[in-house]
Design a protein around this ligand. Structure first.
Ligand SMILES: C[S@@+](CC[C@H](N)C(=O)[O-])C[C@H]1O[C@@H](n2cnc3c(N)ncnc32)[C@H](O)[C@@H]1O
Ligand code: SF4
Length: 452
């Protein structure tokens, strides 16, 4: 597959990444109250028992200048204990909503850098929560590991708590790129982490890698692919570098000339994709590559893959509870986001309140639309009955697909939209083209990263 330059210039627009629908910039201004959210969360749990728990651990020792995540840079490890205390206090508010031990299906530690925390603090956090829950026999527990701060004790402690998936932040292996983005790590650290994970018994190792990083050239992508061929992680998240300098001040260190864009960026993607496929990885959904036997690949092929704030998952849970600064909870019909500022987050929680600062109550039409966006993101296809509310909601935007049909990105017939192989690269554009909220909202300010 070769992505033509004309398509790249045509579709290289700022569009959402759809980790939620509606996406955060399109949430309403009215913030749900604590009671409204707790009721929505509990109803979601009662409808389909099982919790996906996300815990945001925001600290990192050094700032990677390309980073777009919510993080706090510090070398002071004195922050660990008060932060964990606050997260446990926040959890106690949720726990009080359940008369009996709730069922945990999925648990993800994200950041920031979860392994900034010592193994003993992580153990204190997780055993306090998990000892008072029922853990689903098919649970999926995963965490994000920075190679520079993760040691063997982290791996063993988390394994003993039920973690079987590790996601390692690799990004690129070339020393000059790592230096340019101030990413302090070595290939040896990634190699050790991968090997220890396998020795200890982790069943899935994911690498996060990025194309389009500042100064990145094809040789850097091929060196990274060569390293991958040697280490054979089970899964790869091959992210497009999101250049969002209005949100991430450290990205202002790069000028637009430093950052590959348009054709030069898509060439990095094409090269990476070709090399990964030659190693037996299969592209699934947006950004992801998996070995054939990987669980996520199996669930994709069975049409069961799901996407939530934690990314792609093979577990569908209606009730997503999120703890920690900036994290986002989801009850299927309501989203809430926590305060981002660490000290304010802790203060509010220590007063016994949930630190909700944003949220959105989905309308029935939005919930329907969310289903179609998720279908496109997870199954490459969606359809609806000809006489239905869905048909009425989508109809005004269908002409937006005409050009994409002509360009061979999608097929549209009999109320079914199906994304072609070529179209998978433009999945965000395809979703945006039928998204009523995106189409009807015009903003002077930048909101989203470019599609390519
Ligand atoms: C919270 S970090 C992972 C954990 C740990 N802090 C680390 O860096 O290894 C999550 C992932 O987001 C991705 N990421 C961060 N900033 C990004 C950006 N501007 N564009 C694309 N991906 C980005 C990186 O691949 C990173 O591994
Ligand atoms: S990429 Fe990871 S380690 Fe680097 S600043 Fe962002 S969250 Fe922290």
């Amino acid at each position: 597959m070769d992505i033509e330059s004309t398509l790249i210039s045509k579709y290289n627009k700022a569009v959402p990444r759809y980790t939620s629908y509606p996406t955060v910039p399109h949430w309403q201004s009215k913030v749900p109250t604590q009671n409204e959210w707790l009721q929505a969360m509990k109803k979601a749990y009662d409808d389909a028992p099982g919790i996906s728990l996300y815990i945001h651990l925001p600290f990192c020792e050094a700032l990677c200048t390309y980073c777009g995540c919510n993080k706090r840079i510090t070398k002071n490890h004195g922050v660990e204990q008060p932060y964990i205390d606050a997260v446990l206090k926040e959890w106690s508010i949720y726990r009080a909503q359940f008369d009996t031990k709730p069922l945990i299906k999925e648990l993800h530690l994200g950041g920031g850098t979860p392994t900034f925390f010592s193994p003993s603090e992580l153990e204190r956090l997780l055993s306090s929560i998990l000892d008072d829950c029922i853990i689903d026999p098919d649970h999926e527990f995963s965490f994000e590991a920075h190679p520079n701060s993760t040691n063997r004790d982290h791996l063993s402690s988390l394994y003993d708590l039920g973690f079987r998936r590790i996601s390692i932040g690799v990004q690129d292996v070339s020393p000059e790129i790592l230096k340019a983005i101030n990413r302090q790590q070595t290939c040896e650290e990634v190699r050790d982490l991968t090997q220890w994970s396998r020795e200890i018994g982790y069943t899935s190792v994911n690498y996060d890698i990025i194309y389009g990083l500042p100064f990145q050239k094809p040789i850097n992508v091929s060196d990274t692919a060569e390293f991958i061929a040697e280490m054979k992680p089970d899964r790869i998240a091959f992210y497009s570098y999101a250049h969002v300098p209005w949100k991430s001040a450290s990205q202002r260190a790069f000028t637009i000339d430093d950052v590959p864009s348009g054709k030069s960026k898509s060439e990095l993607y094409e090269l990476g994709r070709r090399l990964l496929e030659a190693e037996g990885y299969e592209a699934i959904g947006m950004d992801h590559f998996c070995l054939t036997e990987e669980a996520l690949n199996q669930s994709y092929k069975a049409g069961k893959m799901h996407r939530n704030f934690m990314g792609y998952t093979s577990n569908y849970t209606k009730c997503c509870i999120a703890l920690g600064a900036s994290s986002i909870g989801d009850s299927w019909d309501m989203y809430v986001q926590n305060e981002k500022h660490v000290e304010t987050y802790q203060e509010v929680v220590n007063e016994g309140r949930l630190p909700i600062v944003k949220g959105h109550q989905l309308t029935a039409t939005e919930m329907n639309m969310r289903k179609h966006i998720l279908n496109l993101m997870c199954k490459d296809k969606t359809s609806w009955p000809s006489i239905s509310k869905d048909a009425i909601a989508i109809a005004p935007f269908l002409p937006n697909l005409d050009e994409m049909v002509e360009d061979g990105l999608v097929r549209y017939e009999h109320n079914t939209i199906e994304i072609s192989d070529k179209g998978k690269y433009f999945i965000r554009n395809i979703c945006a083209s039928i998204d009523p909220i995106f189409q009807n909202t015009k903003s002077e300010n930048p909101m989203f990263s470019k599609a390519i």
